[in-house]
Design a protein. Structure first.
Length: 307
C-alpha cells in the first residue's frame, strides 16, 4: 500500500500586500454554502480549470478540489489480463479529474491537504480556487505552509545572519510590491520585479567574518525576519545564523526554513475488503489522524507566530 504525504497549511488574509492571521473563519458554514452552488459557481479558470466538490463524512464537510485534465491530454486504460488498450475520449459534458482532499481543522485556520496525484491541486491551487469563487467576499486569502515553531525560535534567538539564500517564485513576488517593508531583502526583490516583471528570483547574500561587520549581520537577520511570511512559502529558504556567546566565540548554524514545514506520511488504502472504493474516506481519516498526532506542533506554530 502506497504512502501519501499530507501537508498542513495556514490560511491567512492579505491586505495591501501584507499577510496576517485573522480570527477563526467559518469554514463549516462556507463549505455548506458551496455545497448548494451549481458546478459553474464552483469552477475557477486559471492556468488550469479547478472545480470544488463537497464530500460529507461522519457529519463533517470536506473539500475535494479537482484539476480538470485538458481535453488534449492523451488518456488510455490497459486491461492487465489481456494487455488491450482503450483510449479514453472526453465528451463535451464530462471531464477527467486529478483530485486533492482538503480537510479544514477546527483551530488556527489550518487545512490538511493530500494530493491524489502529482498533478492534483496543491496549496497554490487551493489559494487560487478560494479567491476565485470568493469564498469570503471582499477578503483576499493566502495559503502558506505551517513551519515548525522550532525553526522560528532559532531565528529569534540568533544575533545575526552571515548568509541568506532565498528562491521566491513569481506567484509570491507580488506580496513584496505593496506594503511598508523597507528592509534590504524586500527592497532588492522589489527592484527585480519592477525591472523584469513577474519573475522568479534566487538571491544569495553573504556577510564575511569579522567583528567590524557585526552590524551588517544583524541587519541581514532583521531583513530576513521582515519577509518571514513570504519565506515560509518560498521554493527555497535557508540561512546561516550567528549566535553570540558572551563566554566564547561566535557559533553558527544552518537553518532550512522551508524544509521544516509540518508534514506527515500515511498509508491510504484505495479499496476495502470487498473491493469497494474508499479512497476519499481513507484520505480524510489519514488527514484527521495526522492532525491529531501533530496537533501540539500545529497549534504552537500558529499561536506563537501570531502578531
Amino acid at each position: 500500500m502506497k504512502e501519501r504525504t499530507i501537508g498542513f497549511y495556514e490560511i491567512v488574509t492579505v491586505t495591501d500586500g501584507q499577510a496576517a492571521r485573522t480570527r477563526p473563519m467559518d469554514w463549516d458554514g462556507a463549505l455548506a454554502d458551496v455545497s448548494q452552488v451549481p458546478v459553474a459557481g464552483r469552477t475557477v479558470e486559471s492556468d488550469s480549470q479547478l472545480v470544488g466538490t463537497i464530500a460529507t463524512y461522519n457529519m463533517q464537510d470536506h473539500l475535494l478540489l479537482h484539476r480538470v485534465k485538458d481535453g488534449g491530454e492523451w488518456l488510455s486504460v490497459v486491461n492487465w489480463d489481456t494487455g488491450d488498450l482503450r483510449e479514453l475520449e472526453q465528451s463535451a459534458h464530462e471531464g477527467y479529474l486529478d483530485t486533492s482532499v482538503v480537510c479544514f481543522l477546527p483551530f488556527g485556520n489550518i487545512v490538511g491537504i493530500m494530493q491524489g496525484t502529482r498533478s492534483a491541486p496543491s496549496q497554490k491551487g487551493l489559494q487560487t480556487w478560494l479567491n476565485g469563487i470568493q469564498m469570503f467576499p471582499g477578503t483576499q486569502l493566502e495559503v502558506r505552509p505551517v513551519v515548525a515553531y522550532a525553526e522560528y525560535e532559532r531565528l529569534k534567538a540568533a544575533s545575526g545572519a552571515s548568509s541568506v539564500e532565498v528562491k521566491v517564485m513569481a506567484n509570491k513576488m507580488g506580496a513584496l510590491r505593496e506594503g511598508s517593508r523597507q528592509g534590504g531583502l524586500a527592497r532588492t526583490l522589489r527592484t527585480a520585479v519592477d525591472a523584469y516583471g513577474e519573475i522568479s528570483v534566487t538571491m544569495i547574500i553573504t556577510v564575511p567574518r569579522g567583528k567590524q561587520l557585526t552590524e551588517h549581520r544583524e541587519r541581514l537577520l532583521a531583513d530576513l525576519d521582515e519577509i518571514s511570511d513570504i519565506v515560509s512559502g518560498a521554493e527555497r529558504a535557508r540561512a546561516r545564523l550567528v549566535y553570540s556567546d558572551p563566554d566564547g566565540p561566535e557559533r553558527s548554524q544552518l537553518v532550512e526554513l522551508v524544509e521544516h514545514s509540518i508534514t506527515a506520511k500515511k498509508r491510504v488504502p484505495a479499496t476495502d475488503a470487498e473491493g469497494n472504493s474508499i479512497r476519499i474516506v481513507s484520505a480524510v481519516d489519514a488527514i484527521l489522524s495526522a492532525a491529531v498526532e501533530h496537533q501540539d506542533a500545529l497549534q504552537l506554530a500558529v499561536d506563537v507566530l501570531e502578531p
